[in-house]
Structure formats: C-alpha cells, structure tokens
Ligand binder design. Structure first.
Ligand SMILES: [Zn+2]
Length: 129
C-alpha cells in the first residue's frame, strides 16, 4: 500500500451557532488541509498519482472556500449538522475530492482529509468500510 499526502491552506471565517462561548461570534482561521491518498499500484513512472494532480483537485475545492464566510456557503447553510466546524469541513472536502479522484478508476482512493483550525487542533474524516 502506498500513501501520499498533500497540504494546502486557506483563510475563511465562520461562526458556530448554538455554541456557548466565543466561537459563536464570527471569527476567522487560517485552515490547514491535509489530504491522504492511498493505493496499491504505481504507474509506469513509479507514481501512485502525480502530486500536481491531487493538488489541482484540492485547489479547485479550496478556491470556493477561500476568503469566504463559510456559514454563507450553500453546503453549510443548514446549521446543526451542516455547521462549518472543522469536522464538517473535513467531510465536505473529502466527499468533493472523492467524486473527482475516484472516478478515474485507477484504484487511487482518498483515505483521509484532516483540517487544522489552529496549530494544535484538527479534525479528520475518513469513510469506514
Ligand atoms: Zn473557529
């Protein structure tokens, strides 16, 4: 099994409705996003998948989040389960990437998306078979 990780970051604001504390107010983070990709087979050049390709997929998802108020975006407008927490962001990014990457049928899978909202706090999402 091979595993690749790519990282990127973006700036965005959010507020956590119903939270009893300062996170209920609008505030911002520089979010760090890590994507872990796994697979069994390398291509003829010895690559699982080109880092550039994973980064391009990730950037296309992140572009829609960067410098935005996450609560205003359609996927996070419902409140409750769809509140723009690090957990829900990780799941959202995971599902978007899965749609883009796994359709290619190369046996490359998105294993995990981890979202850091500060240097010492992160949430990750992966699908359990
Ligand atoms: Zn926050």
């Amino acid at each position: 099994m091979y595993e690749l990780t790519v990282k990127t970051h973006f700036a965005a604001a959010h507020s956590i409705q119903g939270y009893d504390g300062p996170c209920a107010s609008l505030h911002g983070h520089t979010w760090l996003v890590e994507v872990v990709v796994i697979g069994l087979q390398l291509d003829r050049m010895g690559m699982l998948i080109d880092f550039k390709e994973i980064k391009a997929h990730l950037n296309s998802v992140i572009e829609e989040l960067d410098h935005r108020t996450l609560n205003d975006l359609e996927p996070f407008q419902q409140g409750g389960e769809e509140s723009p927490t690090a957990e829900n962001l990780a799941r959202y990014i995971f599902r978007r990437l899965k749609q883009q990457v796994e359709v290619s049928g190369r046996g490359v899978k998105i294993d995990l998306v981890r979202v850091w909202e500060s240097p010492d706090a992160s949430a990750a999402y992966r699908e359990v078979d």
